[in-house]
Design a protein around this ligand. Structure first.
Ligand code: GDP
Ligand code: IMO
Ligand code: MG
Length: 423
């Protein structure tokens, strides 16, 4: 049994793509099991930088099979573009990509609804990626979704689309948006169907057999723990469950079959979009982190908000997901700091409090307690051996391990696959 789940343990963009690409080199299957093209997973390969939105970040291993399982919501235009972009750089996808017929489609009206919600909420907006994610998941749970498998049957697709347009056009009209036309969507989706139908196949059985046969199976989490729909900073979250256990709903695999769960955390914290962020640095230090870490969204290009590492968040993420280990990324971004702060816990009304015990809207009011560590002021970029790290960098990592009581097994010192320390 060799199934591993990789989970973002902050607010997304932790460097999951880099870690997945590293682990994928020795994996047989890589599986996206939730989220959609709100994700942007960057892989810096020898063919250049590639940002994956839907296709698993393991395709650079030519021997791997990559699966988009039922829990993912799919914008077919994005998927088709991604397949073509990979083919353009010589990556053969044929025979190596599987898409579950149960995965729900992001329809044109989902993207417009996402826009409308954000616009009409004004100051209360979530800061979504406007990719239609929330509306697509909302339709899924309210029995209004249309699935990849429905698209394969012209008659069913046409019928379902007609029902939905009758509903959705009324909403669009109410907000002054143009109505969508059935024939236009059918025509567009027919062309998508021609491009993707050969990849569509039930995936749960394939994944289970692979695990049972001892193959290396890697589940690629998207977003991050604190964007989780239940346990994140609601309502500033995403539409899917981000938790490790959502592989059961999202890929049809029992949690019992999973051998290890790796939490990916940046050596500091970032967040894109609205919502609370206790260790945020709205100052020069935050700007420096953004500049050195090139913290601009891989999907939307928005500026990422930056702050110090927050161990209270990581502690909760580790607990609820059951992390076996952590992968710490972007250590090199801290190379030039003389002092580095880490928040060890929160105070609320002068008392120590855990994330999960906070009142629903109180995370805005906590005071992070900081420990100040000496920086290493020397380059770690590209270092591949722990022994070569400066003593202060080792102390930084040891401090995190001791506070969290979970081993760090991977340290990333650059965006390329080989810029990685295995511990
Ligand atoms: P993901 O969504 O978790 O896959 O992360 P993103 O791809 O959105 O953002 C992470 C960014 O950091 C990308 O530009 C990566 O190429 C880059 N990156 C990943 N690991 C490292 C690292 O260890 N050091 C540096 N400097 N950059 C890294
Ligand atoms: P990866 O997989 C960072 C954020 C959005 C917004 C909130 C809701 O690359 O780490 P949505 O479009 O999902 O309805 O937006 O979630 N968000 C992400 N932030 N990384 C991501 O994915 C994200 N996916 C969604 O910015 O705050
Ligand atoms: Mg990202």
């Amino acid at each position: 049994m060799a199934a591993t789940i990789v989970i973002g343990s902050q607010w997304g963009d932790e460097g999951k793509g880099k870690i997945i690409d590293f682990l994928a080199a020795k994996s047989d299957y890589i599986i996206r099991f939730h989220g959609g093209n709100n994700a942007g997973h960057t892989v810096n390969s020898n063919k250049g930088e590639f940002v994956f939105h839907l296709i698993p970040s393991g395709v650079f291993n030519p021997n791997s099979t990559n699966i988009i399982s039922n829990g993912v919501v799919i914008d077919l235009e994005v998927l088709v573009n991604e397949i073509e972009a990979l083919e353009d750089i010589g990556i053969v996808i044929k025979g190596r990509l599987l898409i579950s017929p149960r995965a729900h489609l992001i329809m044109p009206y989902h993207k417009i609804l996402d826009e409308i919600y954000e616009r009409e909420k004004g100051q209360e907006k979530s800061g979504t990626t406007k990719r239609g994610i929330g509306p697509a998941y909302a339709d899924k749970v309210s029995y209004n979704g249309i699935r990849i498998g429905d698209l394969l049957d012209d008659e069913i697709f046409s019928r379902r689309l007609k029902t939905q347009l009758a509903l959705k056009n009324k909403i669009l009209s109410a907000f002054g948006e143009e109505n969508l036309i059935q024939e236009d969507i059918e025509k567009e989706f027919l062309s998508f169907k021609r491009k993707i139908s050969s990849f569509v196949k039930e995936t749960s059985g394939i994944i289970n057999s692979a695990i049972d046969d001892g193959k290396q199976v890697l589940f690629e989490g998207a977003q991050g723990m604190f964007l989780d729909n239940d346990w994140g900073t609601y309502p500033y979250v995403t539409g899917s469950s981000v938790l490790a256990n959502s592989v059961t709903a999202g890929a049809g695999v029992s949690a019992q079959k999973v051998e290890s769960i790796i939490g990916v955390a940046k050596a500091y914290t970032t967040r894109v979009g609205e919502g609370p962020f206790p260790t945020e640095l709205n100052n020069k230090i935050g700007d420096t982190l953004r500049k050195l870490g090139n913290e601009f969204g891989a999907t939307t290009g928005r500026k990422r908000r930056c702050g110090w590492l927050d161990l209270e968040l990581l502690r909760f993420a580790a607990k609820i997901n059951g992390f076996s280990s952590f992968a710490i990324t972007k250590l090199d971004v801290l190379d030039s700091f003389q002092e580095i702060k880490i928040s060890t816990n929160y105070l609320y009304k002068d008392k120590k409090i855990n994330y999960e015990d906070l009142g629903l809207n109180d995370i805005n009011k906590v005071k992070p307690v900081y420990e100040t560590l000496k920086g290493w002021s020397s380059p770690t970029k590209g270092i591949t051996r722990y022994s070569q790290l400066p003593i202060e960098a080792k102390k930084y990592l040891q401090f995190i391990e001791e506070e969290l009581q979970i081993p760090i097994t991977l340290v990333s010192t650059g965006s390329k696959r080989n810029e990685t320390i295995v511990l």
